[in-house]
Write a protein that binds this ligand. Structure first.
Ligand code: PLP
Length: 346
């Protein structure tokens, strides 16, 4: 069966020079690196084309555009009021998270994560010199992966410095319920744990699901920061721009501990593209906008592939477009394979 997708032919996609298309040999369909196959959204193309035409290719100037762009998008998409000057630019979500961990963990202190989770979470903690404590997700009676709040309480009881919340959760595709997040905030208060909420996949929820920005949960703004970026949903990973959002003086001071030179490591095109995204969103989508943005429908090709390729099985994606795909053992075909291990990379 053929599934028509509004994307370029594979042969055209393969001409791209990004990591997704050059990491594996040509007989591998590179599903493990989360880059989008759709064309860039027009408002972003416009802003980038214009910058290149004027040789406007220098260092980024994140203030005030980045804060204003994040605030405009957060309000329009989730009704989440963000103060533009509570936004700190960082190179990407990974760098932002490592720097936040460095700022809050003394050597040997622990960081909690909830596996199965985006594999670099393990590496980020190690990079920051932190020990890991795992509070794994659990599957409920309907097979839905959820935060295990009892396991989190136990983990927080060991007095870790921080918890990296993945919201929505990659790889199980879970959009956590508001009441679950409320318990996370209560536990974090009770045990004095900082929460770093990685919300990079928030724009990709399915219709009918409601993403809850963690900072909108009662009490969360006092103990948590949110990490956000357009890099996944709008395919901007190479432009290097993400944002830390805070909602209280204490957390603003926490984000203020990041190395000042970081400001020079943000991609100029990333800032411009974030502003282009916000402007395009405001123009095309009447607030309050909970509708998914069709231009950002990144999970669809992956989900479609999972349904139609015999070597892949689709795990139930609970409300995000980031469908999780696992490899199903297949009898090896009688031709020479590449031998490249297919493991999640990015
Ligand atoms: C949950 C999660 N966080 C962070 C990242 C990486 O983000 P960045 O490229 O901004 O570092 C990814 C990439 O897929 C991800 O899935």
């Amino acid at each position: 069966m053929t599934v028509p997708l509004p994307v370029d032919e594979l042969a055209v996609l393969r001409v791209r020079r990004s990591a997704k298309w050059r990491t594996y040999p040509p007989d591998v369909l590179p599903l493990t690196i989360a880059e989008m196959d759709f064309a860039l959204a027009e408002p972003i193309t416009e802003v980038l084309r214009e910058a290149v035409s004027r040789s406007d290719t220098g260092y980024a100037m994140p203030a005030p555009e980045l804060g204003e762009a994040v605030a405009m998008f957060a309000q329009a998409r989730w009704g989440w009021p963000v103060e533009p000057d509570s936004v700190t630019g960082v190179t990407d979500v990974s760098t932002g998270c490592v720097q936040l961990l460095r700022a809050c963990c003394r050597p040997g202190e622990a960081v909690v994560i909830s596996p199965p989770v985006y594999p670099p979470f393990f590496d980020w903690a190690a990079e920051a010199g932190a020990r890991l404590i795992e509070a794994p997700l659990r599957q409920d009676g309907s097979g839905i992966w959820r935060l295990d709040l009892d396991a989190l309480r136990d983990a927080f009881g060991a007095r870790p410095a921080a918890y990296i919340l993945c919201s929505p959760h990659n790889p199980v595709g879970r959009v956590h319920d508001r009441d679950e997040l409320e318990v996370v905030a209560q536990l974090a208060h009770e045990y004095g744990v900082r929460v770093i909420s990685d919300e990079i996949h928030a724009p990709l929820v399915l219709e009918g699901a409601a993403f809850t920005p963690f900072l909108t949960v009662p009490g969360a703004a006092d103990i948590a920061v949110s990490l956000t970026s357009a890099s996944k949903a709008w395919n901007l990973a190479g432009l290097k721009c993400a944002a830390i959002v805070t909602g209280s003086p204490a957390m603003r001071a926490f984000a203020g501990q990041l190395p000042p030179d970081g400001r020079w490591r943000i991609g100029h095109f990333g800032v411009l593209a974030m502003a282009g995204r916000a402007a395009g969103h405001a123009r095309d989508t009447p607030p309050p906008a909970r509708q998914p943005d069709r231009r950002a429908d990144t999970g669809y090709p992956l989900a479609a592939a999972a349904g139609h390729l015999p070597c892949l099985a689709r795990l139930p994606a609970h409300r995000t477009r980031r469908a999780a795909v696992r490899e199903v053992p297949q009898p090896r075909p009688g031709r020479a394979g590449t031998g490249t291990p297919l493991r999640p990379t990015r």
